[in-house]
Design a protein around this ligand. Structure first.
Ligand code: SF4
Length: 338
């Protein structure tokens, strides 16, 4: 069973020292520009989620959409205190938040831990300083390394958010980013393909013809490359692609958007595993097992995987078996089972 219910509370751009090139949290989160969210509104949002959700797996309140630890301490206190009564009643077990890597040190991490924060997600985006400068992030890769050390020292769970398709990023710099993130050993990673949203700096570049977004196929390929490497190192990729929503779709100008982006990546990886198993079996026929919930992922969008295997003359060598016990998103040659 997966992790706890995440109750998102959006604090769009709160704490952000400036606007990063690609960002428009107001449009992505669907929250209008206005006064910062009040403690009462935070509590109403949590209450609303608890009333309509299944919390069997526990619940965690997440402050997303801003730079939490760049806020004045009094504002951090106010937001965390708003969630505290739900923790005291054990309706919510812990808190999580997202922030910038350059706004974290041991003292800040201890402050959060003392107020029931269990997880911190760092908006890392890239580990290449040239790419970070082009994205107007205002911090370096070294800031990420220091933030991870501080969080680890205090024992908080660490998530890292990465973007694919940033200006000046390349296959080589992305590969290096993946290697560096692996060496940091975060608890989990999120991978987002860069989208051009209205009223962002990137939207200006795009309309001036100075930025070309990735195609969907290329973004899937790069995310698959990243996921394969993180999986191999036992680093969990908890999400790929932004959550679908009317606000996001209305604000989208361009970019590799797909509501089931993660599934496209999983599908690509299943094709890769299948080809590997066939190569290992040389010319023999194979009996491949997949989880019963993965049948459409295995086939690919519009049966693209099956089509590809046919083109390669490999499909006729495969007989497919459905096995409820097969690990999700994996393919196994049952002849090789012990
Ligand atoms: S990307 Fe993060 S730090 Fe940058 S403006 Fe958006 S919310 Fe703030």
């Amino acid at each position: 069973m997966s992790g706890p219910l995440i109750i998102p509370v959006f604090i769009p751009h709160e704490g952000c020292p400036h606007r990063c090139l690609f960002c428009n949290q107001h449009q992505i989160s669907g929250q209008t520009i206005g006064k910062p969210v009040t403690a009462a509104a935070v509590q109403a949002e949590i209450q609303n989620w608890l009333e309509r959700s299944n919390t069997e797996r526990g619940a965690q309140v997440a402050f997303y959409g801003g730079s939490f630890t760049a806020l004045p301490r009094s504002r951090q206190e106010e937001l965390l205190a708003a969630a505290a009564p739900f923790i005291e009643q054990n309706l919510v077990q812990s808190l999580r938040l997202s922030t910038r890597p350059d706004c974290m040190d041991v003292e800040q991490a201890q402050f959060l831990q003392a107020r029931s924060v269990a997880t911190v997600e760092l908006g890392v985006q890239s580990m290449n300083d040239e790419v970070l400068t082009a994205a107007k992030r205002g911090h370096t890769a070294a800031a990420t390394e220091q933030a991870v050390v501080a969080l680890r020292q205090v024992g908080l769970e660490i998530g890292i958010q990465l973007l694919i398709g940033l200006p000046k990023d390349s296959r080589a710099t992305l590969r290096r980013t993946v290697e560096q993130v692996i060496s940091l050993q975060p608890d989990f990673v999120r991978i987002y393909p860069l989208l051009v949203v209205k009223n962002s700096g990137l939207a200006d570049l795009y309309t001036q013809g100075r930025y070309t977004p990735l195609s969907l196929a290329k973004a899937v390929l790069l995310a698959a490359f990243m996921k394969e490497h993180f999986d191999r190192e036992g680093i969990c990729v908890v999400r790929m692609g932004l959550q679908a929503g009317v606000e996001l779709e209305a604000s989208l100008l361009a970019g590799p958007w797909h509501p089931a982006f993660g599934e496209l990546v999983a599908s690509r990886l299943m094709l890769r595993q299948t080809r590997k198993l066939l190569a290992q079996a040389k010319t023999e026929a194979v009996r491949l097992s997949i989880n019963d919930r993965d049948q459409s992922v295995f086939r690919g969008m519009k049966s693209a995987n099956i089509e590809r295997l046919r083109q390669l003359g490999l499909w006729q060598r495969i007989s497919l078996v459905i096995d409820k016990k097969q690990l999700r998103y994996t393919v196994n040659n049952t002849h090789n089972r012990s």
